[in-house]
Design a protein. Structure first.
Length: 174
């Protein structure tokens, strides 16, 4: 399983699904986390997730902004990297006033050539109503473009709803 994009709504089970897909991985398992703790509740969530991953044999690298660089530095033939999550990363880029379009293009450009297995997790935010403010619309649009561009270059795409996976793109069988 060289590359996989797992999409779904908040609390849909997408991260759990991604982790299960890599449960039997015999090499190094690296969790590339993009969340930032801007308040006590988020800090507690991050700490709980970090603890769960450690107990399950994951190494964690926390990288809220330089995702492309972190992937380039950590992806290896004997490594499974789980990136969780792309929408948090996009939000971080907006907050840091960095161009989501430029950074997304950089990520998509390296994705097909990353060694080993890479699993990207992201929230599908385009299924609801049109947001009522310009920033939220720009975020939704940036996420939609990133998902489309990344889906075009990864081997497999799965949508998760209520913990159930729906395959949108299967790996090519030559």
């Amino acid at each position: 399983m060289p590359s996989l994009l797992v999409l779904g709504g908040a609390r849909s089970g997408k991260s759990r699904y991604a982790e299960r897909r890599l449960a039997g991985w015999s090499g190094r398992k690296l969790y590339l986390a993009t969340a930032e703790a801007h308040d006590a509740e988020m800090a507690a969530r991050i700490a709980a997730h970090r603890s769960q991953r450690t107990d399950a044999g994951w190494e964690t690298v926390e990288e809220p902004l330089a995702l492309t660089e972190a992937l380039a530095a950590t992806a290896a033939a004997d490594t499974a990297v789980l990136v969780d999550c792309l929408t948090l990363w996009l939000g971080n880029l907006f907050g840091a006033e960095r161009s989501p379009a430029v950074e997304s293009a950089r990520l998509v450009s390296i994705a097909p050539d990353l060694p080993g297995t890479v699993v990207f997790v992201s929230n599908e935010v385009g299924l609801g109503i049109v947001p009522d403010n310009a920033l939220a619309r720009r975020f939704r649009d940036a996420a939609g473009r990133l998902h489309q561009d990344l889906a075009a270059v990864v081997d497999e795409v799965v949508f998760v709803a209520a913990g159930l996976p729906l395959t949108l793109k299967s790996p090519c069988k030559d």
